[in-house]
Design a protein around this ligand. Structure first.
Ligand code: UDP
Length: 331
């Protein structure tokens, strides 16, 4: 065993940070990414590392994928279409990426009997009104006319497939449901709120709060998310199980906007943007009023307590976007 980890979608936000952690831990790392939403630049710190390799290709290309899975000891399947804006604007591509990609990766992991960790999302809880979500809570979706739910359903199907593989063939697969995760390299192109607000605040442009802004979320720093992901993947008791990975401090989106303005000393005004204006391709967009994880199961297994505060997260994202702002100001 040469301690090799394969990360599908490793040129993305979470994948690239995970790749760095795995290299630090002494693994060989192979990233498979089609660079559709991920960027080679996210891997700049690793590209010349002797234990790192980037393969540009698609997870649905079995010819390309099979040897990579075969030679890996652990597979992290992160390749997916993510971000509410992207899902609503490109629902078909997103569904196909998320369903077909996972189907193929799970089949290859089963073929070579590899430890695999499947990235899922807090979106699977849908519009369950519970004050916090534990892994065995119900998943509650809206009608198929609301495109948003196609993402939740596709990721829920991915989870069903993973669990079926575990039950039918003993595939050592774990599912992680990432709650809102933030940090350097997270794109502001696909609607994610924190990088969007930070880049708006740095430019002193209006902050676009959707709806009333009273909807709330918790946020997790990427380093905490990666730490939990890594330790779960290395834990044999995690096989066949689903884990939430998320933060503990709940904040409304309007309060988040105000906090970001204060922290970055921004003169941005805060605009309330109706959902129908924010999501023009979706009539009657349905948002989650609240999304808070219960991470007791994760804490029980790996002693997980997030180390980074919300202000740390704002600072990390601002540090990432600041040079961009300075370049923009200079032209
Ligand atoms: N949001 C917002 N303004 C933006 C982007 C997002 O008010 O420019 C809101 C969005 O409607 C949601 C919350 O922020 O209520 C979190 O959105 P995000 O897409 O980051 O993640 P979600 O938790 O919805 O998957």
């Amino acid at each position: 065993m040469d301690n090799t980890s394969l990360i599908t979608g490793g040129a993305g936000f979470i994948g690239s940070h995970l790749a760095e952690r795995l290299i630090q831990e002494g693994h060989n790392v192979v990233v498979l990414d089609n660079l559709s939403t991920g960027h080679k630049a996210n891997l700049n710190k690793l590209l010349s590392h002797p234990r790192f390799r980037l393969v540009v290709g698609d997870v649905t290309d079995v010819q390309c994928l099979a040897p990579l899975v075969r030679h890996a000891d652990v597979v992290f399947h992160l390749a997916a279409s993510v971000g509410v804006k992207l899902i609503v604007e490109k629902p078909l591509t997103s569904m196909m990426n998320n369903l077909r990609g996972t189907e193929v990766v799970l089949e290859q992991a089963r073929r070579w009997h590899k430890r695999i960790l499947l990235a899922s999302t807090s979106e699977v809880y849908g519009k369950n009104p519970a004050s916090s979500f534990a892994e065995d809570d119900d998943l509650v979706y809206g009608n198929t006319s609301k495109t948003r739910w196609s993402y939740a359903c596709a990721k829920a199907m991915d989870e069903f497939m993973a669990i079926a593989h575990y039950r039918e063939s003993g595939l050592p697969v774990s599912v992680v449901r990432f709650f809102n995760t933030v940090g350097a390299r997270q794109s502001n192109q696909y609607g994610m709120v924190l990088p969007t607000f930070v880049s708006q605040a740095l430019r002193n442009e209006p902050i676009t709060v959707h709806g009333t802004g009273l909807q709330s979320r918790t946020f997790t720093h990427i380093n905490d998310t990666v730490d939990a992901t890594y330790r779960l993947a290395m834990h044999s008791d995690a096989a066949g199980e689903v884990y939430n990975i998320g933060g503990s401090t709940e904040i409304s989106i309007i309060e988040l906007a105000k906090l970001i303005c204060r922290r970055l000393k921004s003169t941005s005004r805060i605009d309330l943007v109706p959902y129908e204006q924010a999501f023009t391709s979706e009539q009657g967009f349905e948002d989650m009023p609240r999304r808070v994880p219960n991470c007791d199961k994760l804490d029980h297994l790996i002693k997980f307590q997030p180390q980074f505060t919300l202000t740390d997260m704002i600072d990390s994202v601002a540090d990432y976007y600041r040079p961009v702002r300075e370049t923009a100001a200079a032209v």
